[in-house]
Design a protein around this ligand. Structure first.
Ligand code: 13P
Length: 255
């Protein structure tokens, strides 16, 4: 049984003061009720991480946090980059790798994603590997093949012990920030295919343990239907995660 992971990807929103206010709201709203069956994480900009750490440290609530990107290198002359050792020093749990916005605006290809996945594992961070097709690929009916090729590329040389802990986020690019949510059946089709591929690459037991999220225009009004699908184990939430009340409703999708 996989614990659902509801993660808020803030993208380039909320400065560190806003982050403090936001996480305090989450902590307060989630304190009064048992939500242990769901794991909650926030993925703020780098500049917020220290503030979020200070708030969450020693908090029984276990709101986890992570970064939105990681350098493939652990140190050195890479101006503007943030390394895995820096993120693990901040006690990040997660780091997203290969978000479609990184792929689109920063030219991240399979080799880069593969190196970043390995950098995450090397530094005891759990990668949330983002995969998913654009509209043209979907229209051509190639969405499963395209997404699995991204998965294969990113996992090249990743051993079973590491792969067992990864989180995969299926985020169809046409559904990101567009209000155009995939149907629950669309999400299930690709999430199931991802799990099948993990079973081929590793084994069924490993595949059955890996959490696969859906992302793309998730809101409180559509999250329950998406989460009802057998192979969907959580949501990676963008816009709707910027509003603490809305994100809390998403976390409590079972209510
Ligand atoms: P939206 O929820 O704003 O569509 O963004 C999804 C996303 O990209 C999460 O990583």
């Amino acid at each position: 049984s996989r614990t659902p992971l509801m993660a808020g990807n803030w993208k380039m929103n909320l400065n560190h003061l806003e982050a403090i206010a936001h996480v305090q709201k989450l902590a307060f709203a989630l304190a009064d009720k048992d939500h242990e069956a769901v794991e909650v994480a926030v993925l703020p900009p780098f500049t917020d991480l220290r503030s979020v750490q200070t708030l969450v440290d020693g908090d029984k609530l276990k709101i986890r946090y992570g970064a939105q990107d990681i350098s493939a290198h652990d140190s050195g002359a890479y101006t503007g980059e943030i390394s895995g050792p820096m993120l693990s020093k901040l006690k990040c749990t997660y780091v997203t790798v290969g978000h479609s916005e990184r792929r689109q605006y920063h030219g991240e290809d399979e080799a880069v994603c593969n190196a970043k996945v390995k950098a995450a594992f090397r530094n005891d961070l759990t990668p949330i590997l983002c995969v998913g097709e654009g509209l043209d690929v979907r229209k051509a009916g190639e969405h499963v093949a395209h997404t699995l090729a991204q998965l294969d590329g990113a996992l090249d040389g990743v051993d079973a012990e590491q792969a067992a802990t990864i989180v995969i986020a299926y985020e169809p690019v046409w559904a990101i920030g567009t209000g155009e949510v995939a149907t629950p059946e669309d999400a299930q089709e690709v999430c199931h295919a991802i799990r099948r591929r993990l079973a081929e690459l590793y084994d069924q037991e490993l595949a059955d343990g890996v959490r696969i999220q859906y992302g793309g225009s998730v809101k409180s009004g559509n999250v329950a239907a998406i989460m009802s699908q057998a192979d969907v184990d959580g949501a990676l939430v963008g816009g709707a995660a910027l509003d603490a009340d809305e994100f809390v409703k998403i976390v409590r999708f079972r209510d």
